[in-house]
Design a protein around this ligand. Structure first.
Ligand SMILES: CC(C)(COP(=O)(O)OP(=O)(O)OC[C@H]1O[C@@H](n2cnc3c(N)ncnc32)[C@H](O)[C@@H]1OP(=O)(O)O)[C@@H](O)C(=O)NCCC(=O)NCCS
Length: 207
């Protein structure tokens, strides 16, 4: 049975060939991706899980899975990268952002399964999200990164993010911020404003 999902950003669907020749399909997350999201989290090393979720979790609770997969493609954008073993889809990376209640800024997060790191996946996923955020009229993207997370800090710096102290004052987490270009490419207007009442806290990006 055919069905449509409102606002599903088909322009973000793509197939990428990575530096080692492996190919992945990249697409916006769908409501039926809960099992795939859980498989991604289970496939991460404990260190990667901690860097992504700031907590020593082994898998995602039901409520988090819902929050990660039932998204509106406006204030919440999420991309998943998967490879295929025959008919079976294996998740290898994901990236997302969630827009703040004021509609100007979004918090992002990204994670790549260990065996798929250093192939340019995170750079490309973030590139897609940065372009999408700019098209949507967002002014800034930010992320919270453990101060010991050299890989993410180096990647962020190479993408133009500035690292600063976290507003909560702790030394263990840095805030990285990227100012987005105000020019909206290809005449695409700013997406419809998001109702603050409908907005979940941006910290949900950690889920
Ligand atoms: C950080 C992370 C997302 C990078 O993913 P990735 O797909 O391996 O990154 P890329 O291959 O796109 O690398 C891009 C750049 O990041 C930097 N980088 C990535 N991994 C690195 C590492 N292990 N050490 C140092 N720099 C690294 C490099 O500058 C790299 O460019 P280069 O390969 O040309 O040197 C990945 O290590 C990860 O999932 N970590 C755990 C989760 C996490 O930390 N998420 C961030 C919280 S928001």
């Amino acid at each position: 049975m055919a069905y449509t999902i409102e606002h599903y950003p088909t322009r973000l669907i793509d197939v990428w060939t990575l530096a080692d020749g492996r190919r992945v399909t990249v697409r916006p997350v769908l409501p039926q991706d809960a099992a795939l999201e859980q498989a991604l989290v289970r496939a991460l090393s404990p260190a990667a899980r901690c860097q992504r979720f700031f907590a020593p979790i082994r898998e995602l609770p039901e409520g988090w899975l819902r929050a990660l997969t039932q998204i509106d493609y406006r204030r919440h954008q999420a991309l998943i990268a998967e490879c295929f073993d025959g008919d079976e889809a294996l998740p290898v990376a994901e990236a997302r952002y969630i827009v703040d209640a004021d509609g100007d800024e979004a918090e992002f997060a990204v994670v790549v399964v260990d065996d798929w790191q250093r192939l340019g996946l995170a750079r490309r996923l973030l590139g897609s999200l940065i372009a999408q955020a700019a098209r949507s009229g967002l002014k800034r993207l930010r992320g919270d990164v453990l101060a010991t997370n050299r890989a993410m800090l180096d990647l962020a710096q190479s993408l133009g993010f500035r690292a600063r102290r976290h507003p909560d004052g702790g030394a263990q987490v840095l805030r990285i911020v990227l100012d987005l270009p105000s020019r909206v490419p290809m005449g695409l207007g700013r997406d419809a404003a998001v109702s603050p009442a409908a907005a979940a806290p941006a910290s949900a990006v950690r889920h």
